[in-house]
Ligand binder design. Structure first.
Ligand code: NAD
Length: 498
């Protein structure tokens, strides 16, 4: 245990104040590289959620937010983007300390987060209604696109501030107010963001951050009567609980869920690039990303050569302290996640798959105490086995052979998920054919793990519904009002529908 004086206490952000929970309960934030606590935050319960939602509702009515122009909202978002740039290094270190993601990646995330705020700042004054040509020519009918109200945002621990940003930027551009609940293990950067928002002039209560556990704080938030929309990123099982919760308040839903994405390598693929893409897909972020390319589907003619190269590269991956800029793979984010990865690896072996590389925690004493796991490659994987079908959320690749294009597509589509897919081929026609046939919200051809504020992101099938990023996302944070103006002064029969 760290001595108590080394643990910094962070309040949650409600109505512009940083406060404890009503019951004064706290939870420790651990560093996954050491297993030791370094910060603590309040463990919110239903009564705290009531306070946060009330603050967001007050902010919604406050002229300081409700009556500012779209240009002024855009200006706040631009200012926030610039302010984040100034603190990017500090924020990256805080993120890494909480979730163990390597500093190279968290620094890259902090450097791109401002792009999301700039992009959606640009959208704030382009949220248009329409005039509707009716059959009743005496009526002027037009639509207003208005904010929904209080948006509840629930995000996971793997990319905490980036995934919160994907929701915050469009929701704020559209004029909503927010109660954000980060994962219980990684709330610090969201709290820091509220500090920066205060500094650049956002009114108090526009964004509130509650810290706490999912089944208490999260469940109370998503079913709260004051919440108009829930935007969730996380696991498919949690999504089912949230859908049940929103049966109470009928809140709208956006769900960004898990994946079991394939990297499909054809025999005409640029093999070096494909190898690099497969490594990026599964070992970047220690495989703890929703878009992990956790399945390698390799044409039989290139399978063995490709796996050979992958093993050679996996052997050289530098595991270590995520705060070290040389490190390529850090620890799993939590002990529970590490245990889950280990269980899946045992299961894979029981299912008859062969471990081509990895399969255990490293025995390097320098990594002792951390939640580390080796990059792991399974071959001989039956497509029906659980390691080929279920999301592991760790650095575990399941390699499956295929013989034909049809075979590859059928195997790729044979899982419940449909978040993303990679296709590696030099054949232009095949690239487009396969992209069309894949059941996935994103298809990357000859690249992998690329995202942009301008391009839609979201799932097919059990990977969720709704889309983030891209201008169309504004629709998910607004509602349409139809306004009818009778221009004639004539009176009509009161007993007939007009
Ligand atoms: P999780 O579903 O366990 O938790 C996500 C969030 O939901 C956390 O903030 C948690 O506290 C909260 N939560 C848990 N139970 C809740 C409940 N009953 N009501 C309300 N909220 C509740 O997921 P995780 O383990 O934190 O993250 C990993 C999962 O997230 C993986 O499945 C991964 O694929 C998915 N993910 C998806 C995307 C995407 O954009 N599609 C991105 C990253 C992660």
């Amino acid at each position: 245990m760290a001595s108590p004086e080394l643990i910094e206490r962070y309040g949650m952000a409600i109505g512009g104040e940083f406060v404890g929970s009503d019951a004064d309960k706290w939870m420790d934030i651990l560093n996954p590289a050491t297993g030791k606590p370094w910060a603590s935050v309040p463990a919110a319960e239903a009564v705290d959620i009531d306070r946060a939602v009330a603050a967001a509702r007050r902010a919604l009515r406050d002229p300081a937010w409700r009556e500012i122009s779209p240009m002024a909202r855009a200006e706040l978002l631009h200012r926030l983007a610039e302010r984040i740039k100034q603190d990017a290094k500090r924020l990256a270190e805080l993120e890494t300390r909480a979730n163990g993601k390597i500093i190279r990646e968290t620094a890259a995330q902090m450097n791109v987060i401002p792009n999301w705020f700039h992009y959606f700042a640009g959208a704030a004054d382009k949220i248009f209604g329409e005039t509707i040509p009716l059959e009743k020519t005496s009526v002027l009918n037009y639509t207003l696109r208005e904010p929904l109200g209080v948006v509840a945002m629930i995000v996971p621990w793997n990319s905490p501030l980036l995934l919160a940003t994907w929701k915050l930027a469009p929701a704020l551009a559209a004029g909503n107010t927010v109660v954000l609940k980060p994962a219980d293990t990684t709330p610090i950067t969201a709290l820091e963001l509220v500090r920066l928002m205060k500094e650049v002039g956002f009114p108090d209560g526009v964004v509130n951050v509650v810290t706490g556990y999912g089944p208490q704080a999260g469940a109370a938030l998503v079913s709260h009567p004051g919440v108009a929309k829930v935007s969730f990123t996380g696991g498919t099982e949690t999504a089912r609980a949230i859908i049940r919760g929103t049966a109470q308040n009928l809140a709208r839903l956006t769900l960004e869920l898990g994946g079991k994405s394939p990297n499909i390598v054809f025999d005409d693929a640029p093999l070096d690039a494909a190898m690099n893409g497969v490594i990026a897909g599964i070992f970047a972020a220690s495989g703890q990303t929703c878009i992990a390319g956790s399945r390698l589907l390799a044409h039989a003619r290139v399978h063995d050569e490709l796996v050979g190269h992958l093993v050679e590269r996996a052997k050289r991956i530098k595991l270590g302290d995520p705060l070290d800029w040389e490190t390529e793979m850090g620890p799993a984010a939590t002990r529970a996640q590490l245990d889950k990865i280990k269980q899946y690896v045992e299961l894979g072996i029981d299912e008859g798959a062969a471990v081509a590389w990895g399969g255990d925690s490293p025995d390097d004493p320098a990594l002792g105490g951390g939640f580390y796991f080796e990059p792991t490659i399974f071959t001989n994987v039956a497509n029906t086995s659980r390691i080929a079908q279920e999301e592991i959320f760790g650095p575990v690749l399941a390699a499956v052979r295929f013989a034909t294009e049809e075979d590859a597509i059928a195997t790729a589509n044979s899982v419940p998920y449909g978040l993303a897919a990679g296709v590696w081929t030099r054949d232009l026609q095949r690239a487009h054919r396969v992209a069309r046939a894949l059941e996935a919200g994103t298809v990357w051809v000859n690249t992998y793990r690329a995202v942009s504020p301008a391009s839609p992101f979201g799932g097919y099938k059990a990977s969720g519904y709704g889309r983030e990023n891209w201008h169309g996302t504004i629709d998910e944070y607004t509602q349409v009002k139809s306004v009818w103006i009778e221009l004639s002064t004539a009176t009509r029969d009161p007993f007939v529908m007009r």
